[in-house]
Write a protein that binds this ligand. Structure first.
Ligand code: ZN
Ligand code: ZN
Length: 374
């Protein structure tokens, strides 16, 4: 990691500890691995952070103690006091919390299991445990310069893979085989791994939004959904393009044109101050206007970052997740329409919200990739 690409962890920790006082918490136990990584730079499988007004401490076991010390020395981890687990994480947590005299302690409700919470409650009955929601996730919602730089680089790399689809998709090739070639291309351009299981859904299978690749071989007249993403320095990007094998019928062609228009409509309303529901509405109205409302059976997009699906959700107002967009938010715009018997279409790009619009992080053409039929 170079000096310029290094995240400002100290600022992130400061922002997180600041929100402790808003909630009158003496401490917060951060156990979601992605939140731990975001605040400290720790990338191993298990470590907890204990945040207090005085700063953060990291609790990890013998496997990672040396990694933390070395990472701190070279600047890949934020310097913070290290507590090494001797018997169990729970017992060490008791020690740390009593040492910092914490009485009212927050925990991440979406990460701690019911069994885990019961253990803490039994071991530390004197503590007033407070469930918290999205305390660190809300900080992750706005990407800082270091994150935007990684996501931009990842977007370019994904564009490069997408620009090669014409040479990967071929009539007679099995979906599974195409997915494997896409995964190999993701690795070749420098992604550490695919961000999720690559989707290659052809012909009738394209009518299922989350189809898994099968042994079906592509045939003349097929629409093919190609949805893939990569992880770079922990950050995820995600893209969908469409291919056609030879000539497609007019129903499939108009389905493609409708989704393409819906994506443009949604992109046109992204700007700081608009809401996630406004963006969803733009795509949804476009498809409803073409009789495809019921065919659009998912949200318009999702946030991207350390997780491939994170806040903000770009979905209808009725979903209850309405976010006012702000500069620095990064999410996908991926309307789709799926008709059993005809097939399905989805187009997906990644954008960064700016004051007066958005910056596209993925920019390769969304045109139908037409390959010749056998
Ligand atoms: Zn996708
Ligand atoms: Zn997506």
């Amino acid at each position: 990691m170079t000096e310029s690409s290094r995240p400002n962890w100290a600022r992130r920790v400061q922002a997180a500890t600041h929100s402790l006082s808003d909630r009158q918490l003496d401490a917060l136990v951060v156990s979601n691995p992605l939140n731990v990584r975001y605040l400290s730079g720790f990338t191993g499988s298990t470590a907890w952070l204990i945040l207090t007004q005085a700063g953060a401490r990291i609790l990890t076991d013998g496997r990672y103690a040396a990694v933390v010390r070395r990472g701190t020395d070279v600047g890949d981890l934020v310097p913070m006091p290290l507590d090494v687990v001797e018997s169990t994480y729970d017992r060490s947590l008791v020690d740390v919390l009593s040492r910092v005299s914490a009485m009212r302690v927050g925990f991440e409700a979406s990460t701690v299991t019911v069994a885990g919470f019961r253990r803490w409650h039994d071991l530390m009955p004197g503590i007033d445990w407070q469930p918290t929601d999205d305390l660190v996730e809300n900080l992750r919602l706005i990407k800082d310069d270091a994150e935007v730089a990684v996501l931009r680089r990842a977007g370019h790399m994904l564009d490069y893979v997408a620009s090669g689809l014409g040479g990967i998709v071929a009539s007679g090739r099995a979906e599974r085989d195409i997915a494997r070639t896409i995964d190999a291309a993701l690795e070749r351009v420098g992604f550490e791994r695919p961000a999720f299981e690559t989707i290659v859904a052809s012909g009738p299978n394209s009518a299922y939004p989350h189809a898994r690749p099968t042994d079906r071989r592509l045939a003349a007249g097929d629409l093919v959904v190609l949805d893939f993403g990569g992880v770079l320095d922990g950050y995820c990007v995600d893209l969908t393009r469409m291919a056609a094998v030879g000539h497609i019928d007019s129903a499939a062609r108009s389905l493609f044109e409708a989704v393409s228009g819906a994506q443009r409509a949604a992109l046109g309303v992204v700007r700081a101050g608009a809401t996630s529901a406004d963006v969803d509405r733009a795509a949804r109205s476009w498809l409803e206007g073409r009789g495809l409302g019921p065919a659009f059976c998912h949200g318009t997009g999702h946030g991207l970052g350390l997780d491939v699906h994170e806040a903000p959700r770009i979905s209808r107002a009725e979903s209850g997740h309405v976010t006012t967009l702000a500069p620095g938010m990064v999410f996908t715009i991926e309307p789709g329409a799926y008709l059993e018997g005809t097939g399905g279409v989805r187009l997906e790009d990644d954008v960064l919200v700016t004051m007066d619009g958005c910056d596209a992080l993925t920019t390769c053409p969304t045109d139908l990739v037409v390959v010749s039929a056998l």
